[in-house]
Write a protein that binds this ligand. Sequence first.
Ligand SMILES: [Zn+2]
Length: 697
Amino acid sequence: MRSLMWTLSLLYFLCCSSFSQTSPVSTNESTPQLDHFDASKVDPSVNPCTDFYQYACKRWIADNPLPPDEIFWGAFGKLQLWNEALVHQTVLDIASKPSAERTPVEQKVGDYWSACMNEKQRNAEALNTVRPTLQRIEEMSTKSQIAEIVAELHRVISGAWNPGDAETYAPMFGFGAQPDFHNTAQVIPQLDQGGMALPGREFYLNMDAKSAEIRKKYVAHVAKTLELGGETAAKAKADADAILKMETTMAKSAMDIVKRRDPKNLDHEMSLDDVRKLAPDFDWTRYLRLVNAPSSSKLIVTSPDFFRGTEQLIKSEPLDHWKAYLKWHLLARLSPQMSDDFVNENFEFYGKTIFGAKAILPLWRRCIQAEDRDIGQALGQAYVARAFPPESKERVKHMVKDIEAALSADIDSMDWMSPGTKRQAHIKLAAQIDKIGYPDHWRDYMALEITPDHHLANVERAAAFEFERQLRKIGKPLDRTEWGMTPSTVNAYEDAQTNTINFPAGILQPPFFDPTRDDSVNYAAAGAVIGHETIHGFDDQGRKFDENGNLHDWWTAADAQAYEKRGDCIADEYTEFVPEAGVKQNGRLTQGENTADNGGIHLALAALENDLKAKGESLEAKGEDGLSNLQRFFLAYADIWCSNLRPEMMRTLLLENPHPLDKYRVNNVVSNMPAFANAFGCHKGQPMVRENACRVW
Ligand SMILES: [Zn+2]
């Protein structure tokens, strides 16, 4: 699943913890004003042809410093806060209703909220809730029992993770359901690498001073957490050293993040016997029985080397180290949902060291985010009713169709593609399903027990509910209508295996989709988002999937070669050292996103031009603000990327995330476009007119 922005899993440790000293803020105090496009906000002291990002964003950046509890702040962050405030108001209304007057869905929403906000109960009971599992780990007498404990941890922890993103996080390894790479009609089990609690393998393996410093703090954090869980200080310290060593071994056998982008590298189908041979010391039979996985003649093993490495670890590490590792993963995942001591310790390391936050989010936001993760489609119904009228859905549907028509024309115009490949591209585009706003059928949570008085128990049951829901897909036909994001999410995604593009109602709000602004602004913002996701189906990895989502090569060798040459241009263009973060942006890691940004805005512009023509207008026509439609289009595009970012967050993103930094999402994109140079009168030799402009779509 390829998204517009980094996804919440990266922010998990920040977003979903549930205790703090801060008292809840009322909605009115916390509701931010949404930004609306305003052409007068540019900085006239900057030449748009020298640095368009600074021209469009310098004043915004100065006027909108990062709030202490935020790690990035821009259009996305403001809208996220606005959405959460709206959902918060709804939840408060529900929670204040007498139980007898609530609908069954409202009952879950209200009870989850009450339990999450009950700090007194959580402080008193959290450790008691996890103690039986800690005890079971302590009582293990042989390494063959590791499978038993991992099965339990996967049930109460893994479900809370977005399956497509859980590549490092699930304890020991990841287990879930995935469409068969070669026959997406069939869903089969998937075994993925995992087992690490730092944000990615680079955090274990990079040798620079900053990485070493983070690892030192990590060991201290692991020790402190184990101590809070009941270990003596001396044992906790020794255990933490052993845990870092084990996770580093896992990192070494895990597949590199750039290699993982290529679905061909993940395409290893195996029988259960093959899996047993890969890691014979793990009791697969017992694990699969305990998680209640439907049987399947084959499994996808994304990185066999990782499981070979895990087998070596089972052999080499003493049982005591495995006990420490399993306890750590239990506590690490649940800390944000536990008592103040665990919450604050978790925030000190993940919130501050990894992401650079200065203060923890207020409790009400952490509870709304946890609830959105656990029963998001129950919350989403209320959000949609308040914030996404049918007219918005109709208008966006129309824009999506216009942008798809622009891609269809774009495919026809490509001089480097042969007619046969173009034909296949058209077939794929025509088969793409557009999903706008929210699901046609809401998820049924009736089988999930939520009580008003025990947050951690609710969280564990919700995780198990989700884990079981995922595993139940095995052996069943693929459901292309399912959503992987909740309705209030400020993001969007394309999914190659379902061949769908998905736009939650949460992003179809100002400044992305703004009924108070003209078409130039809406095509630049919402249109570029729609174009971005549409292009993902045809980016350097998306192009490897066919109209049914199968991994099937529909390109002639010559066309594929021509494509790759264009892709290399994009990858090289975005590879650059970022001094503020102290690391390099890797154009190979961000290639798919770069392709989607560059192609997406072309489609949005073409769709705008068609739309204006149909109304007898033009891109060159000037509006009341003295700007041409084309100038307003580029400014509105830049505006959605105006942002402030903590240096720690920047570093973590550059190392682990496939999206480029916001500045590059503007300057690299516009400097590749002759239409931009025309709009602002830029000429050859100026920084925003690239000598070797890249173009794929
Ligand atoms: Zn994307």
